[in-house]
Design a protein around this ligand. Structure first.
Ligand code: UTP
Length: 291
């Protein structure tokens, strides 16, 4: 079944990038000249997704404004022939896809955020793109996962091998190979201790889920310490039924939820930017000589 719907959870508090995320949602922090969430929506659209639900929270209304027309601004730019490119770049953001919004209202974790997407999703498989994970790739990463879903007909998580010392920040997957970069997932340990690490494969920001996930989330007990329902725990139930695969994706992932991730994204995107790439490269070379 072709996947046409995506959900972008963007209702987190963004505490790791405060105070930048105090009044500006972290998903709206820019990478050179576009907010992070625009790269994510563009990735989904490039993979053939037509309908996108963004899950927001109080104070995140600017995300809605960003994907709407800005009539006064557009009218102003339209009348100025020297600003034709800027005009089309501003206008096209409002025309990328059918973008919908719902509020999570209480910040109770990723799985709780996803339950707000139930009526949007209906009885179809859907893509989830975490609102603070920007992944740059010629072949959109969510498209790589959609192809795996279409081939195997079961849920699919985007993974990368991360340095062993970083695995406790993410999760650790028990996997066996199916083909080239696709594996079957048997178990997932969320935020493992060093002793609990099964492999260095961690889930990074992209998932395809079947609609059954909503029933599994309801059956998932909240974490004893945090009280949050972890999506990982619900996905473990899929894995135990043999219904979850992993794709070791091709792409570079930037964590816009932490300061170093934001700087890496800006540096690397700037180096390849058609307008400023050359000058920025020269600047970086000069700067590197002083380090
Ligand atoms: P994170 O855990 O990275 O986001 O969640 P956070 O809670 O904002 O992080 P801190 O506060 O810096 O530790 C991954 C994604 O899930 C969304 C976030 O917006 C982010 O895109 N999320 C998280 C929700 O939509 N709702 C939640 O309750 C929690």
């Amino acid at each position: 079944m072709k996947i046409t719907k995506a959900v972008i959870p963007a209702a987190g508090l963004g505490t790791r990038v405060l105070p930048a995320s105090k009044a500006v949602p972290k998903e709206m922090l820019n990478i050179v000249d576009k907010p992070a969430i625009q790269y994510i929506v563009e990735e989904a659209v490039a993979a053939g997704i037509t309908d996108i639900l963004i899950i927001t929270n109080r104070g995140k209304g600017v995300i809605e404004d960003h994907f709407d027309h800005a009539f006064e601004l557009e009218a102003n730019l339209k009348d100025n022939p020297s600003k034709a490119d800027i005009y089309s770049s501003v206008k096209s953001v409002a025309e990328l896809a059918n973008v919908y919004f719902v509020r999570q209202k209480e910040t109770k974790g990723l799985a709780h955020a996803l339950t707000k997407a139930k009526s949007f999703v209906g009885n179809e498989p859907f893509a989830v793109l975490y609102g603070d994970d920007v992944i740059v790739s010629e072949d959109p990463v969510i498209g790589q996962l959609c192809r795996a879903y279409e081939k195997y007909g079961c849920g699919c998580v985007g993974v990368k091998e991360v340095p062993r010392e970083d695995v406790p920040k993410y999760c650790s997957l028990d996997v066996t190979p199916l083909e080239e970069n696709i594996m079957q997932v048997h178990n997932i340990i969320e935020k493992p201790t060093p002793e609990e690490i099964i492999s260095c494969y961690s889930i990074l920001g992209r998932v395809i889920l079947p609609p059954e996930i909503f029933d599994l989330i309801e059956k998932t007990p909240p974490d004893k310490k945090s009280g949050e329902v972890y999506l990982t725990d619900s996905m473990v139930m899929l894995a135990k039924e043999g219904k979850l695969n992993a794709v070791d994706f091709n792409g570079i992932r930037y964590d816009m939820g932490n300061k170093l991730g934001i700087m890496k994204a800006n540096c690397e995107v700037a180096l390849n930017h058609p307008e400023i790439g050359k000058d920025f490269r020269e600047y970086l070379k000069e700067l590197a000589k002083t380090l």
